[in-house]
Design a protein around this ligand. Structure first.
Ligand code: ZN
Length: 82
C-alpha cells in the first residue's frame, strides 16, 4: 500500500485521494478501516439483480467473494450457483 489513503472506483474510475474525500465519495466499511471499493454513486445506482446469477457468481468469486460484488444477491443465493 502506498502512503496515504486512496480509492479508485473500478466501475466509473472516480478517484479519491484522502480520508475526507474517500468518506464523502466512497464511504468506509469494517468500522472505518477499509474504503468501499465502489463509489457511493455506483453502489446506489447499481440496479438490483441486473446480472443473471451465473454472471454474478463468477464476478463475486473472482473478487474473492467480496461483499461489494454480490449484486444485491445474498451470499446464500449466490452459493446456489457456484
Ligand atoms: Zn463509481
Amino acid at each position: 500500500m502506498p502512503y496515504g489513503e486512496y480509492a479508485e472506483c473500478p466501475h466509473c474510475g472516480l478517484i479519491a485521494h484522502d480520508r475526507e474525500e474517500i468518506e464523502v465519495l466512497f464511504g468506509y466499511r469494517y468500522g472505518g478501516a477499509v474504503p468501499q471499493s465502489w463509489c457511493r454513486k455506483c453502489r446506489s445506482s447499481r440496479s438490483d439483480k441486473a446480472l443473471n446469477p451465473f454472471d454474478a457468481v463468477d464476478t463475486w468469486m473472482s473478487n474473492g467473494m467480496d461483499e461489494d460484488y454480490m449484486f444485491s444477491y445474498s451470499e446464500d443465493e449466490l452459493r446456489k450457483y457456484i
